[in-house]
Design a protein around this ligand. Structure first.
Ligand SMILES: [Zn+2]
Length: 177
């Protein structure tokens, strides 16, 4: 059924130059993460594949967490960003294989997350495969490692809540997955 809807839209498309995949990537780099506006969906490593073929632009993305309520917002934002390039036939797919990992976050974005007050996740490569303890997390305000997790699930399923033992400030941290 999805193909029928897209076909109706596609028949109305203008005969114009299609953007290159690089131009699509550039446009997607301007799409903010709906929950953390200081980083984009490409900063977070969510966009996995862009193809431009036969008049259609296809974008595959992996949501940061399958439980994220922002999933439909991300899908709509990707479609909007590509249509803004003059493309009528846009196919946005999400995939959970392989699952998103915090390792995909761009290094520059980690610093912006810290400045925004969200503790960047520890690289998962340093942790054992199975652990019941949260990874070492540093207070984004004073840098102390003396932090305590107060809730496994923050305002969204993506984050944890911590309180710093040194400066007593509460802050949000990402779950490393
Ligand atoms: Zn602190």
């Amino acid at each position: 059924m999805g193909g029928v809807e897209q076909g109706a839209e596609g028949s109305a498309r203008r005969a114009g130059r299609l953007p290159s995949a690089d131009e699509v990537w550039t446009a997607l780099a301007a799409v903010p993460d709906p929950e953390i506006p200081v980083v984009s969906i490409t900063d977070m490593g969510m966009v996995r594949d862009v193809t431009v073929e036969g008049g259609r632009v296809s974008v595959t993305f992996t949501p940061t967490f399958s439980g994220c309520p922002a999933l439909h917002v991300i899908r709509a934002s990707i479609g909007e960003a590509v249509r803004a390039l003059g493309v009528a036939d846009v196919d946005v797919q999400s995939t959970l294989t392989p699952p998103w990992t915090t390792d995909w976050i761009e290094s520059g974005a980690r610093e912006r997350l810290r400045q925004y007050g969200i503790a960047p996740p520890a690289p998962t490569g340093d942790s054992p495969l199975i652990t019941l303890d949260p990874e070492p997390t540093r207070c984004p305000r004073c840098g102390s490692l003396n932090v305590r997790m107060t809730a496994s699930f923050g305002p969204t399923l993506c984050k944890r809540l911590y309180v710093c033992g040194a400066c007593k400030e509460p802050f949000e941290g990402f779950k490393s997955v």
